[in-house]
Design a protein around this ligand. Sequence first.
Ligand code: M7G
Length: 337
Amino acid sequence: MAALSVQPLKRKRNENADKIETPSTEEQEAGVSTGNSAAARLPFSGFRVQKVLKESARDKILFLHGKVNEAPGEMNGEDAVVILEKTPFQVEQMAQLLSGSPELQLQFSNDIYSTYHLFPPRQLSDVKTTVVYPATEKHLQKYLRQELQLFRETEEDYRTITLPYLQCQSLSIQWVYNILEKKSEADRIIFENPDPSHGFILIPDLKWNQQQLDDLYLIAICHRRDVRSLRDLTSEHLPLLRNILLEGQEAILQRYQLKGSCLRVYLHYLPSYFHLHVHFTALGFEAPGSAVERAHLLADVIENLECDSKYYQHRSLPIALRTDDPLFQLFQGGKKG
Ligand code: M7G
């Protein structure tokens, strides 16, 4: 089995910490930022914690809902979600740090055992911070830890329950259009096949800081805008899906020297965002959403469509629903009621 190499990725860092860059007025109005590694400010001021939406000591991640931009003495702020996450170690840099004389405080020593507080330099101690601002009720719901329950969605359930619900209730996909139109994240694009029907853009996922390959995570977003999810796929889309699989894997091999056999390439059902996209993650990484009830390997999807063009229209598909999701009530009412 090919081992997942842990090479540090070459990325230029802007060392000029004093330079604060804010988006231009046009960029702010379009909800668009060019994004770079220069020093920056949060897009709001103040942060009054409303709720810890989720936290995990094991994953070292914290999801906070806060009120921001509040006038002094008032409690009328806007909603923001901030996700703070400690990122995996970059092996080479840590090895270098240990070979020098790192800043240390001894906690205790006993015989051959000792533990320390090690204070890494600034460039190795960043906390990945993801901001959703302004956050909608739907975002607060998405990030809140909730119990899940599993249903099997039949063809009829999709037509009569899920589709009407998602047509009026799903999260905005403006960010997807910003990527496709090169209004956001244009400098992060790894690969593009520009064909309007069979083309796509491959780009690092929001969840990946691109500093190490252990948690590699990219998404391929198709150019065409008429495919919402797995349920819309037919054999007509096979050229698109094959391009995503083959060209996506090749682009990752060229860029990160990671072979296709070291990647998990899959679609979510249900996705959070209803514009067809495919997830590429490192096989050794237990990415959120890679469990069997939600992840459908792209290679399987292609074979299923080759056997039966209407496979995903007719088949029952598992859907894991959060118990606070109105869709859960509809399924529970419709199926068990
Ligand atoms: P999904 O299956 O629709 O939903 O995947 P999930 O978030 O429940 O997995 C959408 C994918 O797009 C996720 O992996 C997100 O992390 C990623 N994503 C979401 N947003 C808002 C962005 C973004 O603005 N830029 C990038 N590059 N990725 C995003």
